[in-house]
Design a protein around this ligand. Structure first.
Ligand code: ADP
Ligand code: MG
Length: 463
């Protein structure tokens, strides 16, 4: 052997080396019984870099060899290889466990360990997003990133509530899914991210598994990033994930209720990352866009657009001009009114005014309980963002708050289960029924729930 000492040794030389080392050991161990019981069955597993791994035939021999004889083993290897190897001794069992572990690690990403519940909403597409001056740029940028991963990074879309952020974010995901099925898309809300971080990173201080998971994601779509505020540990983790994805050209799209530099409770370095791509706002729609959207939604509802007078449409739009979610609510109101009026053949301005009469009176009435008010009050009570109440997140506290909100809608508003299920984004009414039943049971057994319901009822009446 020369001056340069080999660190790793080719496996085809193992038996030759082990034969020589073994002979050296035999020379040193003069007691044949000791040799037979401890060394005879010792095997060489690997010589990698500066470490030799040996396999002992039992837990006891492992302890004895590693304790009393590790120097002897070290010397014997030195004499044969002229290398000062570290000696590691393990049992067959340990080795097998190590191999199993590493294969689990490889599969981990395929099995979608993280964010298993996240999914895109197929109903939100580019095709059913109506463009107008207020949202054109956000729409164009979204289409662009859906076709060119990492081209605008991050894309940051912000607006007040109900103006189409979640719709566009899903549309990006759905479009990528259609055109590039091999790309991995992750659509989550910032709340989901926080919940996942809290649930899974416990005990995995570096969050290595979570980071590994994000290495497999091509499109990271995070809705309502403002909810990550004031969660410093989650933000730090997200900062690393952001950088990791950014530097490997993966696409990040974020939405928020405000522009990056108005986000409070987030580290500056994160805010500056958010601003480093393109930030685009969606403004409240102008009248024309509102009417275009309304017409589009009427058709999508299977109703006949010709039955609406233009001034009726303008009236509906003007009554619900703040956001599109409200506009959809207004349209539902009209369509529902039409059903109760035994399907009129056309909807004039007068009818539209009548349909909204009740609503106008109600709005004026302070203290009147509405579905939105229930959701907001329950969310406030449990210190959750209102969106959590109608989301799919199923962590304990959120589920309970959601069931309580459903129960209150049912008991205070006497709403049909199906209507509640729409408000809570449930596929059918059975989930709402079972949620209400759970609360009814808890009311009999759980004092905390009982107290919460009493307090919530009084809050709702005075609000
Ligand atoms: P945000 O996330 O900004 O609060 P959403 O994306 O949830 O708003 O939109 C609220 C509702 O309005 C959704 O049902 C969405 O489909 C609809 N909507 C918003 N903008 C448009 C648009 N330009 N065209 C069609 N529907 C829209
Ligand atoms: Mg949204």
């Amino acid at each position: 052997m020369g001056e340069e000492k080999p660190m790793s040794i080719a496996t085809n030389r193992y038996s030759e080396i082990w034969g020589k080392v073994n002979a050296k050991i035999k020379e040193k161990i003069t007691d044949p019984v000791l040799y037979d019981s401890m060394f005879c069955e010792l095997k060489l597993h690997s010589i990698e870099k500066d470490e030799v791994t040996l396999i002992a035939n039992s837990e006891v021999s492992k302890i004895v060899l590693a304790g009393d004889y590790s120097n002897l083993l070290k010397e014997s290897f030195f004499e044969v290889c002229e290398t000062d190897y570290k000696i590691k001794i393990c049992t067959e069992k340990e080795l097998k466990a190590r191999i199993d572990d590493s294969s689990i690690g490889d599969k981990k990403h395929d099995s979608k360990k993280f964010f298993a519940y996240s999914s895109l909403q197929p109903k939100y597409t580019f095709e059913n997003f109506v463009r107008g001056t207020s949202n054109l740029q956000a729409y164009q940028a979204s289409v662009h990133v859906a076709n060119n991963m990492g081209s605008i990074n991050p894309l940051f879309i912000y607006s007040k509530s109900g103006l189409g952020k979640t719709h566009l974010l899903n549309a990006i995901g759905n479009s990528v899914k259609d055109k590039y099925p091999r790309k991995n898309i992750l659509f989550i809300t910032a709340d989901d991210f926080v919940a996942e971080y809290v649930n899974y990173v416990k005990g995995d201080q570096d969050g290595e598994n979570l980071k590994d998971f994000f290495r497999t994601v091509d499109y990271l779509l995070i809705d309502d990033i403002q909810f990550m505020a004031n969660k410093p540990q989650t933000c730090t983790m997200f900062f690393h994930i952001f950088n990791l994805m950014y530097s490997s050209g993966k696409q990040i799209v974020l939405t928020s209720d405000r522009q990056p530099d108005e986000l409070e409770g987030l580290e500056d370095r994160l805010v500056s990352r958010f601003s480093s791509g393109l930030s685009i706002s969606i403004d409240p729609p102008d009248n024309n866009t509102l009417i275009e959207i309304l017409k589009f939604k009427i058709k999508a509802n299977g109703a006949n657009i010709d039955m609406f007078d233009e001034d009726a449409l303008a009236y509906i739009a003007s009554k619900n001009s703040k956001n599109i979610r409200e506009l959809e609510g207004g349209l539902n109101r009209i369509l529902f009114f039409n059903v109760t009026m035994k399907n009129l053949d056309h909807i004039s301005l007068d009818i539209a005014i009548k349909a909204f009469e009740g609503e106008t009176k109600k709005q004026k009435n302070k203290g009147v309980v509405t579905l939105d008010k229930i959701i907001n009050t329950v969310a406030n009570y449990y210190n959750l963002p209102p969106k959590e109440i109608t989301s799919k997140v199923r962590t304990g506290q959120i589920s309970l708050a959601r069931h309580i909100a459903m129960y209150l809608c049912r008991s205070l508003l006497d709403l049909p289960f199906t209507q509640i299920s729409i408000a809570f984004q449930k596929k059918d009414h059975t989930t709402v029924m079972s949620g209400c039943q759970k609360v009814e049971k808890l009311l009999k057994t759980d004092d905390k729930v009982k107290k919460a319901i009493t307090e919530l009822k009084s809050l709702l009446k005075t609000a």
